[in-house]
Design a binder for this molecule. Structure first.
Ligand code: FAD
Length: 486
């Protein structure tokens, strides 16, 4: 439980907000602070519409100094802070509770790309930069930022770092943690942690910037970061294969890794019924292969300018050798960029297509990469047996040992009532299974308020003790994003 108010001056509900609000307005001005419910309203509900909260006000600071000042003000008044980026997170992490005591600090105004170093392949940018804007800015310099995801038009650098976001290129480039070379953050007392300058070698104790990555706004407010860049992609080949089992998909993954080496950037699996749902959902879309296949695999190979000419042959060889080894039943290579995009469109539409079909309990889970195919084979029929009428669907990043494991509600049930009753038991069972298999109940989306109790229930006691100890050390009054993660 977080104690919201520690100042005697702020213990009276009416006087405290008034004094705080006046001081915040003084500090940030009308562009940087508002209590207007019409302006704040859209930011009080999370992207999935699961949580709605209230806030004392909305701060939109424009500089690190302003963030530091407003955090100091919150510390003086004992006002909790909810940091927010693009509000595209999946776990309610950026939504305040319904007490109305917290200040929402949205970082979108800090959207400067401060420096692109083409030679050193680095970019220093502020936390409010939107992922798509970052992609476009570095592309203009012949570079790319090698992390993308469906929410790229909204997700910000600060949010991506705070959730250690993944996406479809983790197989080759790692998640957000692997891209962060330097970081700047405002701590709970308003002081500024500045490790923006990347050092290839630095052994002055703990790598402190790491604690902010994946911390979901509970340890500080990220204001800027230095991120790693790659040479621009000069060519890509997108392949679609039909395979009989998820084990065959796993064998194809190993084969593709062997054949394509660093050119292999994406490897996604989709079961047949998920593809059928997508084709129902997108009337203009077409299945890439004729005939029925129990599992579908989407493979992306990429090359920079130096390797671009050899890429078509590499893709061809990969498929021919997979056929010869009996690994694929049928396969095709996208003939052009439009077809490549169409293949990805199918993949990206699995979640909305499912949503259109009815209620589902969604789990963003991982197990060790070499166990994921076994996990799907084991867990999907088990869940369907234990919860009659449901369908279990595992799709996504097989190459990362991370799938979206969705349990679809039985036909005809009231989705909301089902989610609140059977759905809860289903999620507990899935999380228990994942934990037994040595995996994680959150591979990508974080914990937020959605999975806090489950983390508490299933987290390793020593790890939970360490999480809480770090939190207590950096935010002893519990003012940073209370009720989230830990
Ligand atoms: P928000 O939602 O605003 O916040 C997320 C968390 O970070 C909150 O706890 C918040 O308090 C904290 N936070 C935000 N900014 C800061 C800051 N500057 N300092 C400190 N804390 C901060 N995620 C994946 O990992 N992989 C995917 O493939 C993926 N696909 C998606 C597809 C769609 C269509 C959508 C809508 C979302 C998807 N996401 C995915 C989830 C989401 O985009 C990521 O979690 C993203 O990192 C959230 O960024 P944001 O700026 O919107 O953060």
């Amino acid at each position: 439980m977080t104690t919201l108010v520690t100042d005697t001056a702020t213990t009276t509900p009416d006087a405290a907000p008034a004094a705080f609000i006046a001081a915040a307005m003084d500090l940030l001005g009308p562009r940087g602070f508002t209590t207007d419910p019409d302006v704040i309203g859209p930011w009080l509900t999370d992207w999935r519409g699961r949580y709605t909260g209230r806030a004392l006000g909305l701060a939109t600071p424009a500089t690190t100094a302003e963030v530091a000042s407003v955090v100091q003000l919150c510390a003086r008044h004992g006002v909790p802070i909810v940091p927010q980026g693009g509000n595209s997170g999946m776990c309610g992490g950026a939504t305040p509770d319904d007490s109305g005591h917290a200040l929402l600090i949205n970082m979108r105004r800090m959207d400067a790309i401060r420096r692109i170093d083409a030679t050193g392949r680095q970019v220093e940018c502020e936390a409010g930069v939107i992922l798509q804007t970052l992609h476009e800015a570095v592309e203009r310099q012949g570079l790319r930022f090698p992390l993308t995801l469906g929410g790229k038009g909204s997700a910000t650098v600060g949010g991506l770092i705070s959730t250690n976001a993944g996406g479809t290129q983790v197989l080759r480039h790692g998640s957000m943690r692997a891209q962060v070379l330097g970081l700047e953050a405002v701590l709970a007392d308003g002081s500024v942690f500045n490790q923006l300058v990347p050092l290839k070698k630095d052994n002055r104790g703990f790598d402190l910037k790491q604690v902010f990555i994946g911390s979901e706004g509970t340890l500080g407010i990220i204001t800027a970061a230095t991120l790693a860049l790659e040479p621009a992609v000069a060519a890509r080949a997108v392949l679609w294969a039909g395979v009989p089992t998820v084990q065959a998909a796993r064998a194809l993954l190993l084969h593709a890794q062997d054949q394509a080496g660093p050119a292999l950037e994406g490897f996604e699996v989709i079961p047949a019924h998920a593809l059928h749902a997508v084709l129902d959902y997108l009337p203009t879309a077409r299945a890439p292969l004729e005939g029925d296949h129990a599992w579908h695999v989407l493979i992306e190979l990429v090359a920079d300018a130096a390797a671009a000419d050899a890429l078509p042959a590499l893709a061809e060889t990969l498929l021919v050798s997979a056929f010869e080894a009996g690994l694929v039943a049928d396969a095709t290579i996208a003939a052009n960029e439009a077809q490549a995009e169409a293949f990805w469109w199918l993949r990206d539409s699995v979640a909305p297509a499912e949503r259109a079909k009815g209620a589902a309990m969604q789990h963003d889970i991982s197990v060790p990469v070499d166990r994921m195919a076994d996990f799907i084979d084991y867990a999907a029929p088990l869940m369907e047996r234990e919860f009659p009428g449901t369908s279990a669907v595992g799709f996504g990043h097989l190459g990362d040992g991370n799938i979206h494991f969705h349990i679809l509600a039985p036909a005809g049930v009231d989705g909301e009532a089902w989610s609140a009753t059977a759905g809860k038991a289903i999620s507990r069972r899935v999380h228990d299974l994942v934990t037994e298999w040595g995996g994680s109940i959150s591979a990508e989306h974080g914990i937020g308020q959605l999975k806090r109790d489950e983390l508490d229930r299933l987290g390793d006691p020593a790890a939970m003790h360490m999480l809480r100890a770090v939190k207590a050390a950096l935010d002893p009054r519990g003012l940073l994003n209370p009720g989230k993660l830990v």
